[in-house]
Design a protein around this ligand. Structure first.
Ligand SMILES: Cc1ncc(COP(=O)(O)O)c(C=O)c1O
Length: 441
């Protein structure tokens, strides 16, 4: 730029130099680098993968695809190839990709206000909190930004409740095979050694019990127990629905010992199972409900809802989050709940869940040597593979057929299509799975 040439905003170089100091011309290397990182210049898959490898920590075993855009239950990669999305970003994009109501809610909030911190009140957060209470039970909400943070809040609340109790309780009971997140507290609550490995010592005084082992959990919940945390349907643990009576017994024991019962519905919540929350199908109410994933339809948000009787356990300053409850996330979350209600998506999810289940059962009959069992609830479905066959190669195979599915545990295929999925897409997905299983025979 020459000395008196004006830039787009009208400031001269001299004026800019007064503000920023002496400006120098960019080197050819810097210009090339700028071009490399121009977000408006579409990259091909190899370019994205190489930069990912170079600049992003390798904590994920990624699939060899980069998606560029999506609509409803379809995604398109860098080559324009179409995929049916039966994973929804691991049970997150429940209203499908590029849902016009969510885009509008985000846009109109983005035009007004992004962030103010929790030092001040904001309208979208109270709207969403009220909407959550209206579809669950009388209580109060703490907003976070992810599932693990929602569980972190629940762990702190259980401990704070226990410490305030006459018996100074600290013990937490959790289940083997559970998954509650990756931060230290939530990781410590997780009942899987492979998640703990290399990070010890963990948060202490957490006891793990086998799923549906009623005799053991009756004993594990004792006078020192501050709380119990469980997923009504274990998600990462293999889409494994817990037994109704087991959950009812846990509820009873918690009542007897004045221990809190936390349901982690991060994966099962917000319509995924054809109910707002899976506990509504189990007909056992928790004291604390945690959620995330589907609540933002793809926008990061997490929340903990506690019953009214617990609303004083945390006093001001005991817990917090800079971003939690920010106007963008909560405006979108509110729109997610409004859309589920106005479009009858709970009923639709139940119907489509039944339709999917029927199609998968047919596949199980066709391929008895490959498929052991179909399980789950609503649109969270697990296809258990026979003889502990590894699910990962099948997930990769499905991808090459243009179908996105996931894995839950080592030998379970996880299906979590968006709540808006159409019958025709379920038919197409079943056909792709049929083709895939035929190739394995
Ligand atoms: C049941 C459950 N709890 C907690 C989490 C952690 O959520 P996030 O990854 O948003 O921290 C997950 C994520 O898969 C989950 O399935």
């Amino acid at each position: 730029m020459h000395q008196h040439e004006q830039n787009e905003e009208g400031a001269t170089r001299e004026e800019l130099e007064q503000i920023y100091g002496t400006l120098r011309e960019k080197t050819p290397e810097e210009l090339a680098r700028e071009k490399e990182f121009d977000p408006y210049e579409p990259m091909n898959f190899e370019q994205i993968r190489d930069l990912d490898k170079k600049y992003i920590l390798g904590t994920y075993a990624r699939m060899p695809v980069a998606f560029v855009y999506g609509t409803a239950e379809f995604l398109y990669d860098t080559t324009g190839k179409e995929y049916i999305d039966f994973l929804s970003g691991i049970a997150v994009t429940s209203l499908g990709h590029a849902n016009s109501d969510l885009i509008e809610a985000l846009r109109s909030q983005a035009d007004r206000l992004w962030h103010v911190s929790n030092l001040f009140y904001n309208q979208p957060s109270v709207m969403l909190a009220r909407a959550l209470v209206e579809v669950t039970f009388p209580g109060k909400v703490f907003f976070a930004n992810s599932g693990t943070e929602a569980n972190e809040a629940a762990l702190k609340l259980m401990r704070a409740y226990g410490q305030a109790h006459a018996k100074k309780k600290t013990k937490i009971v959790s289940l083997k095979g559970s998954f509650h997140g990756r931060t230290f507290g939530a990781m410590s609550l997780t009942g899987q050694e492979k998640i703990h490995n290399g990070f010890g010592p963990l948060v202490s005084d957490i006891e793990f019990v086998l799923v549906d082992d009623t005799a053991s959990i009756v004993l594990a919940i004792d006078e020192n127990t501050a709380g119990v945390i469980l997923e009504p349907i274990q998600g990462e643990g293999g889409v494994l629905p817990l037994d109704e009576e087991f959950i009812a017994t846990v509820r009873e024991r918690c009542n007897e010992e004045e221990a809190l019962l936390v349901f982690d519905e991060v994966q099962t919540g917000v319509g995924r199972t054809g109910q707002y929350f899976a506990y509504q199908a189990y007909k056992t109410e928790p004291d604390i409900l945690t959620m995330a994933k589907g609540l933002g339809g793809g926008f990061p948000i997490g929340a903990m809802l506690v019953k009214d009787k617990l609303s004083d356990v945390f006093s001001a300053g005991m817990h917090g989050s800079t971003f939690g409850g920010n106007p963008l996330a909560t405006a979108v979350g509110y729109e997610v709940l409004r859309t589920i209600e106005s479009q009858g998506l709970l009923e639709h999810a139940r119907e489509m869940g039944d339709y999917l289940y029927t199609g998968l059962e047919e596949l199980r009959e066709e391929f008895p040597d490959l498929i052991e069992e179909i399980r789950g609830l609503g649109l969270l479905v697990g296809v258990v593979l026979k003889n502990s066959r590894e699910a990962r190669p099948l997930v990769e195979k499905a991808l090459s057929h243009g179908l996105i599915i996931g894995r839950a545990g080592d030998n379970v295929i996880r299906l979590a299509p968006p709540l808006v999925v159409r019958e025709s897409s379920i038919d197409a997905a079943i056909e792709k799975l049929r083709k895939m299983f035929k190739e394995l025979k």
